[in-house]
Design a binder for this molecule. Sequence first.
Ligand code: SF4
Length: 361
Amino acid sequence: MVDTLGNTKKFVGLGLTALRSNVSRLDKPYKLNFATTYWCQSRCLTCNIWQMKPKNELRIDEINEFAKKNDHFRWIGITGGEPFMRSDVVDIADAFMKSSKDLYLVTIPTNSLSDQKMVISKIEKMLQLGIPKLSITLSLDGSRELHDRIRGVPGNFDRVMGVARTLREMQRQYSNLFFIFGYTMSRYNHGALGHTCRSVMHEVPGTKYSDFHINLSHNSSIYYNNIGMEIAADRMINSAELEGFLNKREREMSVIQLIETVFLKNLINYANTGKPPVKSRSLDASLFMDSFGNVYPSIQWDRKIGNIRDTAYDLAPIWNGTQAEQARRIISEGNDPGSWTACEAYQSIVGHLPSFASLLS
Ligand code: SF4
């Protein structure tokens, strides 16, 4: 049974904590971006994670220990690689659900390439854990032929559509299930956003423009493993596409949609300048941990500040350590490699409330 009052309290708790980051430094992060594995069966042109074949990734007993010792997360971004290539992905969600009593939101992307029945069954099990809000991002970079070419796997588009139709059905039963399409703009899909949206609307009835989340392609040594790859789209084309998309996007009255609108408006500027509109809230509101337990300020910044295997899975010594302090100083001076991605931007938007009106304009 859905605990509506309990979930509302958790939502309010998340909002108040995010707002508190406006007036004082948080003693603990409320959001964890966690790459649970770098295994991936895609062959993307924009990302080299699939070539990594990693070894010695965190085991479930280690993740359990980490979750127990760090029970303050309100938002967990489980990511990959392909998270559903971890047979224990439900156990990972369960570990945080059991430990972090105020957990409100769990987000998970998928490339839709794992066995569909298995993925749906795991999503259903996660929903039954009672996570107040489980948000699945279906990666989609183009319409049928284009998406399959960018992702390097024939039939990938149709698999995404299959998962989307099933999730749409499941939403009738699970009010805590949300899903969006995650579109990454790169030099490979110039000008294709509008056609992609219309293709999906045709394939999955009920789809709206506001069901699409847009990111720009990025380079990162600790995440996409794609330093040196020329993947960025032409700035002018990016801006024009984003403007057109924003004009078509439905206006919906919800806090999340309002923040997403702010994110998109500023993504246009970021596409032009490469500079985020406000300072990052990394190492205040959030952090990034890779599948080997290495901790970084964010997915985009390869400045390692510790490893949880060296601290008996306790984040506190890392969070309060010298490396973290030095990184914070760099962030406060605006000298970190800023980025404007979904993983980082939401905390930055809510953590700069006095700038909210100007960010929205
Ligand atoms: S972008 Fe995602 S699906 Fe593609 S290789 Fe990287 S992790 Fe895998």
